[in-house]
Design a protein around this ligand. Structure first.
Ligand code: IMP
Length: 205
């Protein structure tokens, strides 16, 4: 069973991705947890050697908890494109290259979709997945997963999000994640869904 975080507890957000840290801080805000990022503590980024989002989230959370002596919350997430067999998946960040240029990653997705002949919206189905892991300094670790389904548009639209947000149109919506205000994305995102499970299991009322 998951152990609980209490109001005022210090928590490391074990990510060096500013977009993710911002969203996780927004989601944590109502719970009055004292969140500090891995970058602020100058923690090293472990290599993501896991084969799944859950494995990589666990590995990042455990590494940050061990290095800081604090509970740590890690996020491993990515875009899965149905006709590409789930790619880029756990390699979503790596498709952007060392320069973390997501216009390159989005162009690669579009090129691969073109090679599959995926022109109509129905053939361009995709989802985001987010795995969250909460690790305690004593080695306990709980994990949670959330998904959001939609289709991919081209060209990219909007500059409000991060990563692949400008090409992701959630099912039934008119705006891409890149065009939405943060609150609208938080109402339906993979991260918010995983976060809801984390809150139920790990945050004291
Ligand atoms: P990682 O979890 O550090 O391996 O990186 C996941 C990558 O997936 C991010 O760098 C983003 O490119 C992508 N990603 C994850 N969540 C989102 C999201 O909410 N919007 C857009 N891209 C995302």
């Amino acid at each position: 069973m998951a152990w609980k975080l209490r109001k005022g507890d210090r928590l490391v957000v074990a990510s060096h991705n500013p977009g993710k840290v911002r969203e996780i801080r927004d989601l944590l805000a109502p719970f009055h947890v004292d969140a500090v990022s891995a970058a602020e503590l100058d923690l090293p980024e472990p290599e993501e050697t896991g084969a799944t989002f859950i494995a990589n989230a666990g590995l990042k959370a455990r590494a940050a908890a061990e290095a800081s002596g604090l509970p740590a919350l890690a996020d491993d997430s990515g875009l899965e494109v149905a006709v590409l067999g789930g790619a880029p998946g756990i390699y979503s960040a790596r498709w952007a290259g060392a320069g973390k240029d997501f216009s390159i990653a989005m162009e690669r997705v579009e090129k691969d979709l073109g090679e599959k002949g995926a022109a109509v919206q129905d053939a361009r189905g995709a989802n985001f997945t987010c795995a969250l892991a909460l690790a305690s300094p004593n080695g306990a670790c709980d994990t949670f997963e959330g998904k959001v389904f939609g289709t991919l548009v081209w060209p990219p639209r909007g500059d409000k999000g991060f990563g692949y947000d400008p090409i992701f149109l959630p099912r039934g919506g008119a705006l891409t994640f890149g065009e939405m205000e943060p609150e609208e994305k938080h109402a339906q995102s993979h991260r918010a869904r995983a976060f809801e499970l984390f809150v139920k299991a790990c945050l004291e009322e």
